[in-house]
Design a protein around this ligand. Structure first.
Ligand SMILES: [Zn+2]
Ligand SMILES: [Zn+2]
Length: 198
């Protein structure tokens, strides 16, 4: 036993890849310690690891449960809804929407990631982006609806008794290209934020 330990310590002892027994290597996985050749080694942010350990890490990486998807959807929809409402209210140029939408979407994605403590699911980028798109559109719709009811009440002199047809507000919202661009950019940025592995 002590002989064996001794040979492992020896410098000129030749070692081989655990997967490819003919390939000489001294490189070891920094997690499990197995020997691996340059083909088997994967460079990760924490050093060289074997494919087995990388796969295990990826499985651990996707730790989302069903509730996480609900939280991601809720956070993205609500925050994007607020943003959509504000954007619909101030009505900026389309080109500005791209510059505003990217950081807003990035921040929304970040907030959703924090809400689920950075657990990721294979679908969370799609869930977040989809919820952000729907939420942003609804935010604009709610703004337009309240805008229209304000009009109607003003014209009729009533306070709150008039009912505004929802399709009027809907038509107003889908014709608001600036808002739609904004919502699209936000959804894209949310997706991107989830795909960034940090
Ligand atoms: Zn390993
Ligand atoms: Zn190998």
């Amino acid at each position: 036993m002590s002989d064996h330990d001794h040979t492992l310590e020896t410098d000129d002892d030749v070692t081989y890849c655990a997967v490819h027994p003919t390939r000489e290597t001294a490189l070891r996985c920094n997690k499990c310690g197995r020997l691996m050749c340059s083909d088997c080694a994967v460079l990760t942010p924490v050093g060289y690891r074997c494919r087995e350990c990388v796969r295990q890490h990826e499985d651990k990486f996707y730790t989302s449960n069903q509730l996480d998807y609900v939280i991601v959807a809720a956070v993205c929809a609500v925050l994007s809804g607020v943003a959509g409402y504000i954007i619909s209210a101030i009505g900026l140029f389309i080109i500005l929407m791209i510059f505003i939408g990217l950081p807003v979407g990035g921040a929304i994605g970040e907030a959703a990631l924090r809400a689920i403590r950075r657990r990721r699911g294979r679908q969370s980028a799609y869930v977040g982006a989809g919820a952000a798109a729907i939420g942003g559109f609804l935010g604009g719709l709610i703004h337009n609806y309240s805008l229209l009811s304000g009009y109607v009440n003003q014209v009729t002199g009533n306070s709150g008794a008039q009912v505004v047809p929802l399709d009027m507000a809907f038509n107003l919202t889908i014709q608001d290209i600036s808002l739609l661009v904004f919502v699209g950019v936000v959804a894209f940025a949310v997706y991107g934020r989830f795909k960034m592995r940090i």
